[in-house]
Design a binder for this molecule. Structure first.
Ligand SMILES: [Mg+2]
Length: 382
């Protein structure tokens, strides 16, 4: 049994799928993607192919070590996302070969279902409130919203007031017993992050996310002194080595490894286990496609310190092509009363609609995030 071929399929709205095929005809799927850099990651996967084709797909850890350690340079979004998609596809192959869900190889189920949250948009307070009410009506028990658009190093308090008004509208719409997370999206610098964190405290948020960029994580100490709200971060960290000092420093409450960026199922499971020793919980980042979400659910199933899962159904990026469109059996992602049940089919537990994928790949995509500027013309974080 050997890996025979790799195929990359760039599909809308902004994803990249990897199909690994073995010489005995098994197919495994992965989602190696950095949003906005799909072609770059595709090329990184092609480079990695030289180290994969002809190898035994059961040797997942060894292949991971070769790709990570064996090629001198390592880390970062591109190389790690390439490894992530390959790792997911290898786990899918193993599960299908032995007829078991992936979590059965990683200790087995520790839960019956996983709590999920939904993204809400809405620039005006009433829009945000309506969106949250809509999600609650469709069964969700938690939502996440962006705090703000561009925010300068020191910015107007009116922008802070605008955040508070929108969050108030959401809280009013959903009531007390409902999870609200506010994503600062790395758009906010330390000085304004302190203010926002403090002002948001009375709303009893589920968490604030990326209050500063991950490269400024030393600022979390000061921000944590201004609020008791749980602090989440980690979607732009890519390995155990990226997470270790964050955990050691002790100012993070929730980490958000992305299973398509942080080395796949293998590495994210290790990151999660490492976090457990610091009493830190996991909310895997996943604004991505169905393969990435399936990979997350496999890890969630066997990881006790996961508390909630991000998912992208209906997210604004997905207009025209949502993640269920790519599945033959979309009920695998059926959400009920705020939870998704664990998949039970072998491998990733999803059945990719190959015809749909192939047609979508003919259309492809060239998704890029917008470039934002502050009022004075300086480039702002998106
Ligand atoms: Mg985020």
């Amino acid at each position: 049994m050997k890996i025979e071929s790799l195929e990359l399929l760039m599909v809308p709205p902004r994803w990249l799928f990897l199909k690994l095929t073995t010489d005995d005809g098994l197919v495994g799927w992965g989602e190696p993607i950095v949003e906005g850099h799909a072609s770059t990651v595709a090329q990184a996967v092609r480079e990695a192919a030289d180290y994969i084709v002809g190898q035994d797909p059961n040797r997942i850890e060894d292949i991971w070590q070769v790709l990570y350690r064996g090629r001198f340079y390592r880390g970062g979004p591109v190389l790690m996302s390439a490894i992530s998609g390959i790792d997911q596809a290898l786990w899918d192959l193993k599960g299908k070969r032995y007829g078991l869900p992936i979590y059965e190889f990683l200790g087995g189920r520790v839960r019956d279902k996983v709590r999920v949250y939904s993204w809400i948009g809405g620039d005006r307070p009433s829009d945000a409130g309506d969106a949250a009410r809509d999600r609650k009506a469709s069964g969700f028990t938690a939502v996440k919203m962006n705090a703000c658009e561009e925010m300068h190093f020191i910015d107007s308090h009116a922008k802070v007031d605008n955040v508070l008004e929108r969050v108030q509208a959401v809280r009013d719409a959903v009531g007390r017993d409902f999870g609200i997370a506010v994503d600062f999206h790395g758009r906010v610098h330390k000085a304004m992050a302190k203010i926002l964190a403090k002002e948001l405290e009375p709303f009893h948020l589920m968490f604030i996310e990326e209050p500063v960029l991950s490269e400024n994580n030393e600022a979390l100490r000061e921000i944590a002194l201004h609020t008791s709200t749980p602090i989440a971060t980690g979607e732009r960290l890519y390995s155990r080595w990226d997470f270790k000092n964050l955990l050691k420093d002790g100012y993070v409450d929730i980490i958000q490894p992305d299973l398509s960026h942080a080395g796949g199922i293998s590495e994210s499971k290790k990151i999660a286990d490492m976090a457990e020793a610091y009493d830190v919980t996991i909310a895997p980042h996943c604004p991505l496609g169905p393969i990435a979400l399936a990979a997350c659910l496999q890890m969630d199933a066997c990881t006790p310190n996961v508390f909630i899962q991000e998912q992208s159904l209906g997210i604004h990026y997905n207009q025209g092509n949502d993640l269920l469109d790519y599945l033959k059996e979309p009920t695998v992602f059926h959400y009920h009363e705020g939870f998704v049940t664990l998949p039970s089919a072998p491998g990733l537990g999803i059945d990719i609609d190959k015809t749909y994928v192939r047609n979508a790949a003919e259309r492809g995509h060239d998704w890029k995030n917008p470039v934002w500027r502050n009022e004075d013309g300086t480039v702002a974080e998106w």
